[in-house]
Ligand binder design. Structure first.
Ligand code: AMP
Length: 192
């Protein structure tokens, strides 16, 4: 069977995490959410969790070295053999370059980048309405994460747009099921 490695890219509140979970389940892929991995480390109070805590609670990016190391470890687990959906990673140019290298080490490459687009106002409203009790879902931190996303996009997307056909855009300002239908069809095409 073919392996599929796909990046889900989009602003906080775009629903890419929800979609990554649903698509991964449907296609038997692993979801690699760096935000989720960090939250697990925080909950388990690991050394990595301690290192990341200060950055996460103020809505800042965790340094590349820590983040890339964590993804490298995750990709070495056997369940990644069929492929993975990256959710919230990469967020810097260095992370994007590192991901290419990590996949090359596995003799693999990225099949697709799905770019979830939606108006800033919609992201903001969704984040303000979220009741997950996350340490970074406070209004002032939400504003910072939203405004930082423009920088994240400028750092990451040129790397991918340079490769013709790699980036597929999905309108994320729609009901979950409509987005899922599109995203699933796109992701499935990586396995054909
Ligand atoms: P998320 O769940 O993707 O919104 O991530 C929550 C927080 O985890 C972010 O605000 C960052 O502090 C940290 N984080 C998640 N992914 C990354 C990444 N790729 N690079 C640096 N920091 C990250």
């Amino acid at each position: 069977m073919k392996r599929a490695f796909i990046v889900f890219f989009g602003p906080p509140g775009s629903g890419k995490g929800t979609q990554a979970k649903m698509v991964a389940e449907e296609l038997g892929l692993v979801q690699i959410s760096t935000g989720e991995l960090f939250r697990q480390h925080l909950a388990e109070q690991t050394p990595l969790g301690h290192q990341a805590q200060e950055y996460i609670s103020r809505g800042a990016l965790v340094p590349d070295e820590i983040t890339i190391g964590m993804v490298r470890q995750r990709l070495q687990q056997p369940d990644c053999a069929t492929g993975a959906i990256f959710d919230g990673f990469p967020r810097t140019g260095e992370q994007a370059a590192a991901l290419d290298e990590l996949l090359a080490e596995l003799d693999a490459e990225l099949c697709m980048v799905i770019d979830f687009t939606l108006p800033l106002e919609v992201s903001r409203a969704r984040l303000l309405g979220r009741q997950e009790g996350r340490v970074d879902d406070r209004p002032e931190v939400i504003e910072k994460r939203l405004s930082d996303h423009a920088q994240v996009e400028a750092s990451v997307m040129p790397h991918y747009r340079a490769k013709p056909g790699l980036v597929k855009t999905v309108n994320a300002d729609r009901p979950i099921e409509a987005i899922f239908a599109d995203v699933l069809a796109l992701a499935r095409s990586c396995l054909e």
